[in-house]
Ligand binder design. Structure first.
Ligand code: PEP
Ligand code: MN
Length: 337
């Protein structure tokens, strides 16, 4: 349930409601909007059975939350969240661009890619050190060695680092070296990992599961947020459908739907969404036009020889084309690139 305070409610009235809820053993989340303050109540609502909240001074009305998720929902927090990662904002007017190879392969590969991306104005470098591959015989990533290379690149270029975690162990390691952790599609319902990332308070990109609907995805985000981590960025990366012409089917509907249901920023991953570099730029343009807060794009200096996801990785010159074409689109919809 949320308590909507009157627009003229005083700070004392807000404090009184907060105190009463806390005295009843309930959690409280206060959201100060430009018009009015909204107080989210967390916990068993039966504790409120004998409490006439609606007649407390300053209270306008009580609104039940009908969605199964709470903290990540718009009812709870109507204004959009902006995630600040070391001074770079995701979910504000500026679009966030995250790019880099699927996997960190070597010092030369990651450094060359990073220097190129930096020159393109990209803020975040992606690179997997722990790769959840479909086959156990495929390249599994360099592990901590890969994280160390990423940290070295961050030191030399100033790019912020995004890397996937797949377990408690890899999360503990990644926390030493990266700025944003990624929970991949395959782990979207790894509830233990979600809760651990929640407790870590690390900014996190939560990808949509291969076969998950939007409600399941937002509930996965709720697992993270209910542990106290508000720094969540959702990422639409395509879902499984009957279509076989592309690796996955990108769900563009997810952008306006998530924007309506949740205050969290949402970005798109057309690399995994299409599985084919030829389709990446077209879908990237569409997702930005639809209101995505940014993109995550696989870029490799030599995709033919990439250890993973080469077919969907952009060559630097194709990424350059994308950045050029995105600028007028961003401007047309009031965003900045
Ligand atoms: C990746 O980003 O390289 C990755 C494995 O993504 P996903 O979890 O979306 O498949
Ligand atoms: Mn990949």
């Amino acid at each position: 349930m949320v308590i909507v305070m009157k627009s003229k409610a005083t700070q004392d009235q807000i404090n009184n409601v907060e105190k009463l809820l806390k005295d009843l053993g309930l959690g409280v989340h206060i959201s100060v909007g430009s018009e009015r303050t909204i107080i989210g109540v967390i916990g068993d609502k039966r504790k409120l059975a004998n409490t006439p909240l609606e007649i407390m001074p300053g209270v306008e009305r009580l609104v039940p939350i009908v969605e199964p998720f709470k903290l990540v929902g718009k009812t709870f927090k109507p204004e959009s969240s902006i995630i600040n990662i070391k001074g770079i904002e995701v979910g504000g007017r500026s679009l966030a661009i995250i790019a880099g190879p699927c996997a960190v392969e070597s010092e030369e590969q990651i450094m060359e890619t990073a220097i190129f991306l930096k020159s393109q104005g990209v803020q975040f470098l992606r690179g997997g050190a722990y790769k959840p591959r479909t086959s156990p015989y495929s390249f599994q990533g360099l592990g901590e060695e890969g994280l160390k290379l990423l940290a070295q690149v961050r030191k030399e270029t100033g790019l912020l680092i995004v890397s996937e975690v797949v377990s408690h162990d890899s999360l503990e390691k990644a926390m030493e070296y990266v700025d944003v952790v990624q929970i991949g599609a395959r782990n979207m319902q790894n509830f233990d990992l979600l809760q651990r990332v929640g407790r870590s308070k690390m900014p996190v990109i939560l990808k949509r599961g291969l076969s998950s609907n939007i409600e399941e995805w937002l509930n996965a985000a709720e697992y993270i947020m209910s542990e106290g981590n508000y720094n969540i960025i959702l990422c639409e990366r395509g879902i499984r459908t009957f279509e076989t012409a592309t690796r996955n089917t990108m769900d563009i509907n997810a952008i306006p739907v998530v924007k309506e249901l949740s205050h969290l920023p949402i970005i798109a991953d057309p690399s995994h969404g299409t599985g084919n570099w030829k389709y990446v730029n077209a879908t990237a343009r569409a997702f930005i036009a639809a209101g995505a807060d940014g993109l995550i794009i696989e870029v490799h200096p030599d995709p033919e020889h990439a250890a993973s996801d080469g077919p969907q990785s952009l060559k630097p010159e194709v990424f350059d084309e994308l950045m050029q074409v995105l600028k007028p689109i961003a401007q047309a919809i009031g965003r900045k690139l």
